[in-house]
Design a protein around this ligand. Structure first.
Ligand code: HEC
Length: 396
């Protein structure tokens, strides 16, 4: 019952998280696009630019002011709750998935840190990440955006490597995503919103607004735009064990992030120049290189424990015994593990037929990447993985 209730709470929070996340990122993409596509030849000296667009059967005329109109309109729409609610539901989800069952989902098998310490580490890096990023943005590096970008990428890569020493690959990835998400929402809360408030206050008081604050807000908003793509990859990454489950998972995360930032950059400057068009085939090539690098290695032949010779075959009974010992507490129609109300991922492994049915996935999860058993709770050995792999590959 408890596991069932938790599943539904998870469902609701995850659903809301995705919906408000779409609203946030959708608005962010739209406004960056708008900014990039403004017609800046407009005559009106009050305006920075304008844009005509057609959508949903109607024609729109948008104008951006140089700083602000002489008088404030009665209704000014602010975008902020999308960002705040995405972060709040995200942190809740982090707790629901990774902290409640920390030993299965969070802690790296064989880690020297306790579950509580790992949770503290996970939450701590969100705070440290924001402070470090904010300091970087205020340092002299702010005059060199490309260099700032490189330092930021190095910082996040170091975080991914560091976290993967104590957390399962999956949890390390999601925490890097949460660090980036916290930076993004911090930008909204601590930089963009205050800048907008002071702009509006100045206009209302009849003063000339200080242009440096909106400029800084626009810079942070651009950072958010670039950071979005790696975050979205991380959010879907737990479907892809060959990324987070690989021994160089932190390097793969760096690779995918570079690809996504490059592609984002191409789309952001496409209106100005096509000289970066090579990024697109380059990105595709990089994805295939990563697919090649992460391909499962051929299994070493399993030597028989007693005779030290390669066994001719692993029998169905041997394979079933391994899976029964290491997988079936969770992967059964009625799991014995109290953490699950039904078979995780719908995968049941209670007999040879069922294992064969999922053979590709079983190989991927427990032989090629070793992300299963979750948190290696049942302490499956390398030999057992090799034996199971040998059985899965041999003809039926
Ligand atoms: C402690 C519980 C637990 C144990 C033990 C366990 N699993 Fe899992 N398994 C899970 C959970 C939870 C998921 C769903 C992962 C997710 O949230 O995406 C899963 C998912 C899977 C999937 C499906 C992945 C997908 O494509 O969605 C496969 C295949 C799998 N496990 C195989 C195994 C094998 C093989 C073993 C034994 C060697 C094993 N599992 C042991 C909990 C467990």
């Amino acid at each position: 019952m408890e596991a069932h209730l938790l599943e539904w709470i998870n469902l609701i929070v995850r659903w809301v998280h995705v919906i408000v996340g779409i609203a946030w990122i959708g608005a962010s993409f739209y406004f960056v696009w708008l900014e990039n596509n403004l017609d800046r030849t407009v005559k009106n000296p009050e305006l920075a630019g304008e844009l005509w667009a057609i959508h949903g059967g109607g024609i729109y005329h948008l104008q951006k002011y140089n700083l602000a109109p002489a008088t404030m309109p009665k209704h000014l729409h602010w975008f902020k709750w999308e960002a705040y609610s995405t972060w709040l539901t995200g942190v809740l989800l982090l707790a629901l998935v990774y902290y409640i069952n920390a030993n299965s989902y969070l802690v790296a098998p064989g880690s020297s840190l306790s579950a509580t310490a790992t949770i503290a580490l996970g939450f701590g890096v969100l705070v440290i990440g924001w402070i470090a990023y904010d300091l970087l943005c205020k340092s002299p590096l702010r005059h060199q955006p490309a260099l700032l970008g490189i330092v930021l990428i190095l910082f996040l890569t170091a975080a991914a490597w560091g976290l993967s020493q104590f957390m399962s690959g999956r949890a390390a990835y999601i925490h890097v995503g949460a660090i980036i998400g916290t930076m993004m929402v911090g930008n909204v809360f601590f930089v963009i919103m205050p800048a907008q408030r002071s702009l509006v206050a100045a206009v209302e008081a009849g003063e000339t607004p200080d242009p440096s604050k909106p400029k800084n807000a626009l810079l942070r908003s651009r950072h958010n735009n670039y950071l979005t793509l790696p975050v979205v990859f991380i959010m879907i990454s737990n479907h892809f064990p060959s990324t987070y489950g690989h021994e160089w998972n932190w390097l793969i995360l760096l690779g995918v992030s570079l690809v996504s930032v490059g592609v984002r950059h191409y789309f952001n400057i496409r209106h100005k120049a096509q000289q970066f068009i090579w990024i697109l085939p380059g990105a595709m090539l990089a994805m295939f290189v990563m697919a090649y690098v992460t391909a499962p290695k051929p299994l070493p032949i399993v030597a028989d424990q007693h005779t030290n010779e390669a066994p001719a075959k692993i029998s169905d009974d041997q394979a079933l015994a391994i899976v029964t010992q290491h997988c079936v507490d969770c992967h059964a129609a009625q799991p014995k593990s109290p953490a699950f109300a039904s078979a995780p991922g719908g995968v049941m492994l209670e007999n040879v037929l069922q294992i064969r049915l999922h053979s590709e996935a079983v190989y991927q999860q427990s032989v090629a990447t070793q992300v299963m058993p979750l948190g290696n709770m049942t302490q499956m050995t390398t030999l057992e993985r090799q034996q199971l792999g040998t059985w899965l590959l041999q003809k039926k």
